[in-house]
Design a protein around this ligand. Structure first.
Ligand SMILES: [Fe+2]
Ligand SMILES: [Fe+2]
Length: 276
């Protein structure tokens, strides 16, 4: 395993932001497509309870960490995730007012996490966080390397996602480093990833249909074709993250093997204007 010092350590900058969610003025704010808008709303609704779980599962192992750099990283990771939660909660309130029941998604995810928390050990919860942080980081990499996918998105949400993507990349190794440096096994990580990688997209799609049904919105055939292109075409999300996803199963995998420092440098000036 690469040690923290050997790997391409990424600086973690905590930024407080202020996005103009009030300016979102139409229900289908992404690709003029209710399916894709509902899908992105589900992700936004998943973040607040999800990130709370990430924070708690990492902090549960803080006392076992001795590396001062990693202790600092845990602190910065916690602060970044807390800011993400705040901004997504604000976005979700606005989306709720537009007719998407984002708050119901927050509640459903919170209930599901509460159910799992009672059934799983602290080690398993941390392993689940490591898996979900890997998925978040490779989606973030996709977002920043395929800006054309954000072209038809309301600027307030677009800037939120760019900021979130930058910071997910910055802290992508923290949960992994805490897990490995406190004696976590790769066998458990791989076992949990097999479940997470099926459950997470499956539940996200199920919740997308729930949101559409709840909002009484029926996507047209053209909307579904557009959604298929955005998600499964040659340049689609699921197609492009397949390679980096599989790397997770390598015996010597470390999140910083995908060195995205240049990508972060390139994008971070874009969000300067939205700092609070
Ligand atoms: Fe986050
Ligand atoms: Fe994260």
């Amino acid at each position: 395993m690469a040690t923290i010092a050997e790997s391409a350590h990424q600086n973690i900058e905590v930024r407080k932001m202020d996005f103009a969610f009030d300016a979102i003025d139409k229900m289908d704010w992404y690709r003029n497509n209710p399916f894709m808008t509902a899908f992105m709303t589900v992700l936004s609704g998943t973040f607040p309870p999800g990130e709370q779980m990430f924070i708690e599962s990492v902090r549960a192992f803080k006392d076992k960490v001795t590396d001062p750099q990693l202790l600092q990283d845990i602190q910065d990771f916690t602060r970044q995730e807390a800011h993400h939660t705040n901004q997504h909660k604000l976005a979700n309130l606005k989306l709720q007012s537009l007719g998407w029941n984002a708050l119901a998604i927050e509640k459903r995810v919170e209930r599901a996490i509460g159910f799992l928390n009672n059934k799983r050990s602290a080690r398993e919860r941390l392993a689940a966080t490591v898996c979900l942080e890997h998925i978040t980081a490779i989606v973030a990499e996709y977002v920043l390397t395929h800006p054309e996918q954000l072209a038809d998105m309301h600027p307030a949400v677009k800037n939120l996602l760019i900021w979130h993507a930058i910071e997910e990349i910055e802290h992508k190794a923290v949960a992994f480093d805490v897990y490995m440096s406190t004696g976590g096994s790769r066998k458990l990580l791989k076992r949990i990833m097999r479940s997470v990688s099926i459950l997470f997209p499956m539940l996200s799609f199920a919740r997308t249909f729930y949101l559409l049904f709840n909002a009484r919105r029926m996507p047209s055939w053209a909307h579904m074709k557009d959604a298929y292109a955005a998600l499964f075409s040659e340049t689609g999300l699921f197609t492009c993250i397949k390679g980096p996803f599989k790397d997770f199963y390598r015996e010597d995998f470390h999140p910083n093997d995908h060195d995205n420092r240049a990508l972060v440098e390139k994008w971070k000036t874009e969000i300067e204007a939205y700092k609070a």
